[in-house]
Design a protein. Structure first.
Length: 466
């Protein structure tokens, strides 16, 4: 992992930008906005993808694989923290004396001093950003935005708008959410994570306190999440708006109904409005309340804000249905932290009804797996009927001896509820054997676990129920 050096100067003018790791959801969104700004864009990624092909169609020069020759005549090189320091494009750019900046600095350059709404938190950032962006558009606004995932009804993760307002998903994983000059800060929750970057849990919480206190206009923060409550206690900002189920929340959630897409009542300043979302799960009612609280902060009324948020259709890789075979529906979800896995499985239960839930879990990073394997096992055993455990997706990390998917499966109290299968084809075949008509399969993880879905569907097609 390359830690971002935010002391490096950001160029005033960029005419030709090269993105190392251009295929990721965040990086591809940035690249698209650079194209919108009339800047020549090139980039590379280790594997081909739909994102690469879409950027190529939009005018970018893209490469599969990394090679110093791909830099071309770029004057600025933009990278993620997930590349290796030995990456030939990164090394050569440094040797040439090009501007080499982290993706967060590229986003800072794009924002350019506009009024900024930053959404941060351990979970729910992408969904909350999508809710806010689509609600603003439904209300007639045309915001600029950069999200960490594709917004379902828009088909993109970023777009250049005509308005002064800029909405971003702000990444706390490497501390870069502190770079931006935020006007309105939304803190969805604060669940200690990314301790490979932060020196301690205290440092993690302190970063969120600073993020909130530095907001120019207001802080919108959860009233219910224990971590957010700890951050709230440290805030000295003169305008703090809370949302959640707490009795004293400024935007209060009541009467939640979860049998299908979630519904709830939102109350604010003596007014109440019934809300019916198109997505399931209590967590999405909470996300929606946070988005509504931001809209109110931006000067919108409660009723119009609720109506606008109701139109949100979801984001890609958040309980996304990929297909069905033999009466078994197969979903995918980006969840990669125990809290997120619990929320996804609780939402899936509201969809599944009496059907069984079979989770295919791919642990993400060795450090998180080593730190949280017991929590993963506890959540999966409690909320899924059966779990198929794959091996760890290391991402930016080197393997750690003894840290595999088996570490998680071995922590199950009931070993009959989990099956560790590191081979993907064997995992797909096993899933097809244990799944029955009316069951729901969901892949869980932010790595490449979604790529097993075609194998699962094919195995379901050719496996007769016993």
């Amino acid at each position: 992992m390359i830690r971002p050096d935010l002391t490096l100067p950001i160029p005033e003018t960029i005419t030709s930008a090269h993105f190392i790791g251009i295929g990721g959801s965040g990086m591809s969104g940035l690249a698209r906005m650079f194209l919108d700004a009339g800047i020549r864009v090139s980039g590379s990624d280790r594997a081909d993808s739909d994102n690469l092909r879409a950027l190529e169609a939009a005018g970018a020069t893209v490469h599969v694989g990394h090679d110093a020759a791909h830099l071309g005549d770029a004057d600025t090189v933009i990278h993620t923290g997930a590349i290796w320091p030995e990456n030939p494009e990164f090394v050569t750019a440094k040797q040439r004396g090009l501007h080499v900046i982290h993706r967060s600095q590229a986003l800072f350059w794009l924002i350019g001093g506009r009024r900024l709404v930053s959404i941060a938190g351990a979970h729910g950032k992408t969904t909350s950003t999508g809710m806010l962006v689509t609600a603003l558009q439904a209300l007639g606004a045309d915001p600029n935005f950069v999200n960490g995932g594709v917004i379902e009804q828009l088909g993109v993760s970023s777009s250049s708008g005509a308005d002064e307002l800029f909405v971003i998903e702000a990444d706390e994983s490497d501390g870069t959410f502190l770079l931006y000059a935020t006007s309105v800060a939304l803190i969805t929750n604060v669940d200690p994570d990314h301790l490979d970057f932060f020196a301690s849990e205290d440092a993690f919480y302190d970063a969120f306190v600073r993020f909130g206190n530095e907001a120019r206009e207001a802080v919108v923060i959860s009233s219910d999440d224990p971590g957010a409550q700890r951050v709230h206690a440290g805030l000295t900002h003169e305008k703090v708006i809370t949302f959640g189920q707490a009795a004293d929340a400024d935007v209060r959630i009541e009467d939640i109904v979860t049998d299908g897409p979630v519904a709830a009542t939102l109350r604010h300043a003596g007014e109440s409005v019934r809300m019916q979302l198109a997505v399931p799960g209590v967590h999405n009612a909470v996300n929606a309340a946070g988005a509504v609280a931001v809209l109110i902060t931006l000067g919108r009324g409660l009723a119009e804000s609720v109506r606008a948020v109701e139109g949100f259709a979801g984001t890609v890789r958040r309980l996304e249905l990929h297909g069905a075979e033999r009466g078994v529906q197969v979903y995918d979800d980006y969840s990669h932290h125990p809290t997120e896995v619990r929320a996804a499985l609780e939402a899936m239960r509201s969809v599944a009804g009496a059907g069984r839930i079979i989770a295919i879990q791919q642990p993400h990073t060795y450090s998180r797996t080593q730190h949280m394997y017991r929590e993963f096992a506890e959540v999966l055993e409690r909320y899924a009927d059966h779990t198929v455990m794959l091996d760890v997706y290391g991402a930016r990390e080197d393997p750690v001896p003894g840290v595999t998917g088996e570490l998680v499966s071995g922590a199950f109290a009931d070993p009959t509820r989990v099956h560790y299968v590191p081979d993907w084809q064997q995992a797909a075949d096993y899933t097809a054997q244990v799944a029955h008509q009316g069951d729901f399969v969901v892949t869980l993880g932010c790595g490449n676990v979604y790529q097993i879905i075609p194998q699962v569907l094919e195995s379901l097609r050719r496996t007769d129920e016993s």
